[in-house]
Write a protein that binds this ligand. Structure first.
Ligand code: HEM
Length: 545
């Protein structure tokens, strides 16, 4: 070795030594900092009431098993820990809250907009669509998408809502007198409505894909739920080699197959100059679908209230495609993600909500008959379809629907990752930054402090004078605040038309009492025992589309 190479070797050894000399104390300091942070995190967590856990795994066993079992375990614990509950899932802190004043701190605050880690299982399906995305992407896409559910746009969908409602009545008529699960019908109907309205795909060009899509979505939800509940299915590399991983690939083929087809068709229409502009303006009496959700601090009421003059608007997919063409930064992949998101969020939630409604109408015959009387007053003997103005008169039906969403909220929980410490209002507790916070809407909706006899179906709970006195965040089926459901008005209008059409055509019966409903707290709240009802026609002929 020459003197020169010796010098180089020596200086590189000393550089390496200096590196380790600095690295080791830096690591030690970082470890001490992390330990102190962790100690503070654990100390704050231990002040929150919760069940005792085991070393290392914490309370993970509570969240294992079938979704039915998990729901039952959770309900059992919630009797013990009423307003707040802390659990450890290995090293992860999860805090469940339901008191409206605390819920407002999370949902009403734009600091805590990021979804929890569990939503990542949706990614292969929904990508970075509105439900999951965060930061600037979420903000700009929300700004783009919210106006596509403007009341003016919704009013232009009324004829399609009617036609599809009549079509589903015709399909269900074959079940006359039999016990059957109404969820499949509601699911197919809501997919077809979404395709025709938000996506602008006409019935003529649809095929059996609506039903196949709905069934694939149902199976995908089951897989996603399994991944939440079975720890070994959580890591992607392990999940991908199981039969569920392979099934997911096939299901996503069906689901994405439909969305890609829909986008392709719309693009072809746009290229040939066939963009459907919706031109109308609102009169002041029509600036609401329901006044119940006023004050929830989202952007939807604001956009309708500030609507002045005649404007040209576009339905969801038309706008997405036009925005991409006009240079607003929106890639093909982003359009696909948003279409998948709207198709999922817009269909499974309303299918569950409408199925619960039909079961409850079957059980509460008095309210069913009162709704039918209300509909008779609106429509008399006429078989005419409902108008937007008619839906504003369906006051009792709306209250029955809201009461259904209170008792059986289709989205039973909402999870967020805390971006900073939160001091609760209801108790002297600080929830530390980094916690996964779960708003348990199912519990909020049944708190005795806010609801008299919360386990009893009582549509009067939503009389204007009662709603006015209640905390805004005590009734949040559509979430609330900046990240509330963008399809809230669409859902309410569509549901009023579907459900009123069904009630005008059929008398509904249901034999299973509410206490015997076997609730499954899946991604979407459903009945594990099926939504079984019986129907009898009210008139000789079913209304035809
Ligand atoms: C009864 C029917 C519905 C219920 C109960 C419901 C409920 C909800 C809830 C609770 C959230 C918040 C979820 C979370 O933060 O994790 C949400 C978000 C969302 N919903 Fe709905 N929804 C319904 C119908 C619809 C419809 C019909 C559409 C579209 C056509 C829709 C589109 C969305 C979207 C895109 C989001 C994400 C919003 C964002 O993060 O900015 N939903 N929905």
């Amino acid at each position: 070795m020459t003197a020169a190479t010796e010098v180089v070797a020596e200086s590189s050894t000393s550089a390496t030594n200096t590196f380790y000399f600095l690295l080791i104390p830096a690591l030690v300091l970082y470890f001490i900092y992390w330990k102190l942070q962790r100690r503070r995190f654990v100390e704050l967590a231990e002040k929150i009431p919760g069940p005792k856990g085991y070393p290392i795994i914490g309370n993970a066993l509570t969240f294992l098993g079938s979704s039915l079992q998990i729901t039952e375990n959770f309900l059992q614990l919630s009797f013990e820990f009423t307003n707040i509950m802390r659990v450890w899932i290995f090293h992860k802190l999860v805090v469940f809250i339901c008191e409206p004043r605390d819920v407002e701190l999370i949902l009403g605050n734009s600091t805590h907009l990021d979804k929890s880690e569990e939503y990542r299982f949706f990614k292969p399906w929904l990508g970075e669509g509105l439900l999951i995305s965060s930061g600037q992407k979420w903000k700009s896409h929300r700004k783009l998408i919210a106006p596509t559910f403007h009341l003016n746009v919704l009013k232009s969908f009324v004829d399609l809502f009617n036609a599809n409602s009549r079509a589903v009545c015709n399909k269900m008529a074959k079940e006359n007198g039999k016990n059957f699960d109404c969820h499949d019908y509601m699911s197919e109907c809501t997919v077809e409505i979404l395709l025709e309205t938000a996506m602008g795909v006409s019935k003529k060009t649809q095929d059996k894909s609506g039903f196949e899509y709905a069934m694939a979505v149902m199976k995908m939800c089951n897989i996603l739920h399994l991944r939440q509940s079975k720890i070994w299915l959580r890591p992607d590399w392990l999940f991908n080699i199981t039969k569920y991983g392979k099934e997911q690939i096939n299901l996503l083929d069906v689901i994405h197959g439909l969305t890609k087809k829909v986008i392709k068709r719309k693009k072809e229409e746009a290229n040939s100059g066939n963009t459907n502009y919706i031109e109308s303006s609102l009169n002041p009496a029509e600036k609401t679908v329901s006044s119940v959700f006023k004050g929830l601090g989202d952007d939807l009421d604001e956009q309708d209230e500030n609507d002045v003059g005649q404007k040209k608007r576009l339905a969801f997919l038309d706008l997405m495609i036009e925005s991409a063409q006009n240079g607003v930064v929106l890639t093909d992949e982003e359009i696909k993600e948003e279409v998948d998101t709207i198709m999922f969020e817009g269909h499974d939630t309303t299918a569950a909500g409408s199925s619960f409604f039909l079961c409850l109408m079957g059980l509460h015959q008095n309210y069913q008959e009162m709704c039918v009387q209300e509909l008779n007053q609106i429509f008399g003997d006429s078989d005419r379809p409902a108008t937007f103005a008619d839906t504003l008169e369906m006051k009792l039906l709306e209250r029955c629907l809201l009461e259904t969403l209170r008792m059986y909220p289709p989205v039973p929980i909402i999870a967020r990752k805390l971006q900073e410490d939160v001091r609760l209002v209801s108790k002297d507790i600080i929830i530390p930054k980094g916690t996964t916070i779960v708003v348990t809407t199912v519990k909020t909706h049944r708190l005795e402090t806010y609801w008299d006899n919360p386990d009893v179906f009582n549509p009067d709970n939503h009389l204007p004078e009662k709603s006015a006195d209640r905390h805004f965040y005590s009734f949040i089926p559509f979430s609330a605040g900046p990240r509330s459901c963008v399809g809230r008005k669409y859902a309410l209008l569509k549901l009023k038309i579907i459900l009123s059409t069904i009630l005008r055509n059929f008398k509904i019966y249901s034999d299973v009492k509410e206490d015997d409903f076997r609730l499954q707290g899946d991604i979407i709240l459903k009945r594990a025992d099926g939504f079984m009802i019986r129907m009898e026609p009210r008139k000789k002929n079913i209304m035809v589309s």
